[in-house]
Design a protein around this ligand. Structure first.
Ligand code: SAH
Length: 244
């Protein structure tokens, strides 16, 4: 730890000693103690089904799902939107956390993965809260913005799709989410690569997306229209609360 802090200010050194997640064993402890025992059966089913998918890694981890559910309930969110559904783990978390008359619009360019999880969502009896829209998210968001009733009407948005459009999604969501509403953006630490030096070894996909994510993180940090917090949960989750 100390080595990686060389050159940092004494205050930064003090701050970097205050985070706790230093091992996989500690993360496993969290999962086994407070996540898995409380995970609804339908979420466990989607998680297990997704584990067999060749792209299983792109689903949010259960710990993050549990956090999203809590935050949806704490904020009394009723009308929400999700960009990037995959097999539906985070979508099901959202639908479960919403009140009976709550709604989530789920957008994904690919319906095939969603169709894998859909029978589990239907069995859970909450499919009526979900409005799934297939297609690239940007034109779908632009269409929503054309409808005046949709402007500033959402309580909550979750972004977990292509990284190249991160800022584009954010700008559109700022128009769709109410003042006081929350935009949560996933993968903002990108496996820790955002803090690596530019010459670090990484594959092209990781490097390209890293550039987009760094740009997004800097834009969010400078944006006076929101309050933010960067959470080191999952692959990094940035909470943006719209204030103007
Ligand atoms: N939130 C999901 C994981 C999403 S993975 C979960 O918890 O399981 C990212 C998803 O974004 C993929 O399903 C992919 O099809 C979708 N995606 C990628 N580019 C997109 C685009 N331009 N518009 C909409 N969805 C897109």
């Amino acid at each position: 730890m100390a080595d990686s802090n060389q050159g940092a200010s004494p205050i930064a050194n003090l701050e970097t000693q205050k985070h706790l997640l230093q091992s996989d064993v500690l993360y496993q402890y969290i999962l086994e103690t407070s996540v898995y025992p409380r995970e609804p059966e339908c979420l466990k089913e989607i998680r297990e089904l997704t584990a067999n998918h060749p792209r299983a890694r792109i689903a949010i981890p259960s710990h993050e799902g549990q956090f999203l559910m809590l935050i949806l309930k704490l904020t009394n969110a009723k009308k929400t939107i999700e960009i990037g559904v995959f097999t539906g783990y985070s979508l099901l978390c959202t639908a479960l956390a919403l009140p009976p008359d709550g709604k989530v619009i789920g957008i994904d360019i690919n319906r095939e993965s969603y169709d894998l999880g859909r029978p589990i969502i239907e069995k859970a009896g909450i499919a009526h809260k979900i409005d799934f829209r297939e297609g690239p998210a940007l034109p779908i968001l632009d269409e929503l913005i054309q409808n005046e009733e949709m402007l500033e009407s959402f309580d909550f948005a979750f972004v977990d799709a292509d990284k190249v459009n991160g800022l584009n999604y954010y700008e559109r969501l700022l128009r769709l989410v109410k003042i006081g509403g929350l935009i949560c953006i996933d993968n903002t630490l990108w496996s820790g690569t955002v803090a690596e030096p530019p010459n670090a070894t990484m594959d092209e996909h990781t490097r390209n997306n890293r550039e987009y994510i760094i740009e997004l993180n800097e834009a969010l940090a400078a944006d006076k229209r929101i309050e933010i917090n960067q959470l080191p949960i999952g692959d990094g989750l940035t909470l943006c609360r719209r204030i103007s």
